[in-house]
Ligand binder design. Sequence first.
Ligand code: NAD
Length: 330
Amino acid sequence: MGRMGKNHLELLEEYSNFANVKAVCDLSFDNKTEDLLKKYKVKDKYFDYKDLLADALIDVVYVCTDIDSLCEISMNAIKANKHTFCESNLSKSPKDIKKLMEVLKTKNLIFHVGLNKRFDNNFRSVKDVLVSGKIGEAHIIKITSRDPDLPSLDYLKKSGGLFFDMSVDDFDMIRYLSSFEVEEVYARGGVLIDEMVKEYDDIDTAVLSLKLSNGTLCLIDNSRRATYGYDQRVEIHGSLGMVTTSNELQSKAKIYTTYGVIAEKPKYLIIQRYKQAYIIQNEYFFTSILNNKVSLSSCNDSLQALYIALAAKKSFEQNRSVKISEVKHN
Ligand SMILES: NC(=O)c1ccc[n+]([C@@H]2O[C@H](COP(=O)([O-])OP(=O)(O)OC[C@H]3O[C@@H](n4cnc5c(N)ncnc54)[C@H](O)[C@@H]3O)[C@@H](O)[C@H]2O)c1
């Protein structure tokens, strides 16, 4: 029942015709959370997730804890025969993800990893244009992915680090947009926003250069602080043309004066910017369960993105280009 847990609780209200949130779990509940539980008429509240999993009336579980416990809780949810939606990214350990994939093979369950950018309308349109052939072969893919501000110290401590918490979603986006695997990565990073980030052995700014198996070159830039809002853009330059997206603004209002034209800032919070993507994602998840179809963002997608994050970390630490094959023995 942290930030993402509350987000899912509110969004699930849209599906109240055929699904209700029966129970929630957290280590503690503050007054704001208690009010939310009353508002959405959530019946049961647990402090140990295993007690929640023991409830046979529960069919579907959303796991929205820190990266250190996502995989373990998801594994136990699968063992308890629950269809599971796990927030990204599953784990920092390829071994743990592989173990989970083995258990999943023995069950007839849907397991969805919340790689929500895959479900964003703008990014999907960019992919559709590439697939249609209108811009020819992809030569360069550029992703700008900047948060509006540093997260809380508490979050930073448990985030797993910038490559695993933030860049990892952009690695997945590169794979999703291109339909090719990443072969090699070169990462540069620094602490340019706040010295306090060094205390967590982390960075707050990164630039990554990647090469795909078909030769496409990619660039990602990440910053924990963009003073003007949540900056989320992609661009593909191809042999026949270019496709790009712009940010979603807080409103479409523009002010025209003798000094120039002023537009609104980009939407500020992830939950505002990706609301539509979360709704579409839930629809895919529920449709997958109802029709017993494979989910569109799987454990393997999470595993492949993790390999790129591990290679990026190694590249940053050793100041050299790292092939993904170097970290795949993990
Ligand atoms: N898909 C995305 O784009 C995206 C965006 C943001 C966050 N995330 C991921 O979602 C997860 C949650 O992020 P958040 O911002 O909500 O974090 P948060 O810190 O606000 O919430 C995490 C919650 O999990 C609870 N928790 C931890 N261990 C628990 C346990 N054993 N049992 C029950 N509850 C437990 C904590 O008390 C806290 O309330 C993280 O893993 C994060 O990386 C994904």
